[in-house]
Design a protein around this ligand. Structure first.
Ligand code: ADE
Length: 249
């Protein structure tokens, strides 16, 4: 059976899951390490894409060409855009778009030239399953993370949002840029730097894709690079709990 790929941009986002892969075999491809193994008896390839759309697209292509994966799931963190998408919540993408792609006036803004598409659909079956598993698995943050982390980050039981996830080669860290994104794309729930490029590769190959992100910041003036403690203490645990429960289901 062909493996499922589990991808995150940075080690902090996937460390908890990588530590759990018992029969890990590390395959080195220039620029990246691929962990080939099993979780709940299912063949899995886990990999860190590195940050940004190009790095993520290369990773997806290697996963498809060299490892023959049958599906790709991207996980990690994102900045919340829409009102009510708060730190500690979870977003499961139903659609993905590259917010920094603009070949107008030759092509409509956001449209991938010559594809006639700006929004790539996530695989509905995987997205539904991940959202359903998130609703139950992540209900009790104290059980998953411990009281200390819950207090430190003021967490509640995460709300699981479903909808548009936007990607671009920018860490959005000003209230002005976040507001501009919300005006331009009012249904965008959250912003990150990889998902939509992987969705485009998977669309070309006809392979199912899904993305689940924990909200680490609100993509505003308070969203600086110093979030690694949140990523390690919260987001990587949520990713592990969710992927683990999903693969077991
Ligand atoms: N990933 C997490 N937070 C982000 C932000 N504010 N902008 C882009 N990518 C992110």
């Amino acid at each position: 059976r062909a493996p499922i790929a589990i991808v995150a941009a940075m080690h902090e986002e996937l460390g908890a899951l990588l530590a759990l892969m018992p029969d890990e075999q590390r395959v080195r491809v220039p620029g990246r390490d691929f962990w080939v193994g099993h979780l709940h008896g299912q063949p899995v390839v886990a990999v860190l894409s590195r940050i940004g759309k190009v790095a993520a697209a290369i990773t997806a292509t290697v996963l498809l060409e060299r490892f023959g994966v049958r599906a790709i799931v991207f996980t990690g963190v994102a900045g919340g855009l829409a009102p009510g998408v708060n730190v500690g919540d979870v977003v499961v993408a139903t659609q993905l778009l590259q917010h920094d792609l603009d070949a107008s006036p030759i092509f409509p803004k956001y449209e991938v030239p010559l594809m006639g598409l700006s929004r790539f659909a996530a695989d509905a079956t995987m997205a539904d399953a991940l959202a359903a598993v998130a609703e139950t698995t992540l209900r009790d943050p104290v059980a998953l993370l411990g009281q200390e982390a819950v207090d430190e980050f003021g967490l509640r039981s995460p709300r699981v949002h479903r909808g548009l996830l936007v990607s671009g080669d920018r860490f959005v860290s000003t209230t002005a840029e976040s507001a501009a994104l919300q005006r331009a794309l009012p249904d965008a729930l959250a912003v990150e730097m990889e998902g939509a490029s992987v969705a485009q590769v998977c669309h070309d190959y006809g392979v199912p894709f899904a993305a689940m992100r924990t909200i680490s910041d609100r993509a505003d003036d308070a969203a600086h690079g110093d979030f690694s403690r949140f990523v390690v203490a919260v987001a990587s645990r949520y990713s592990l709990a969710l992927v683990d429960a999903w693969l077991a289901s």
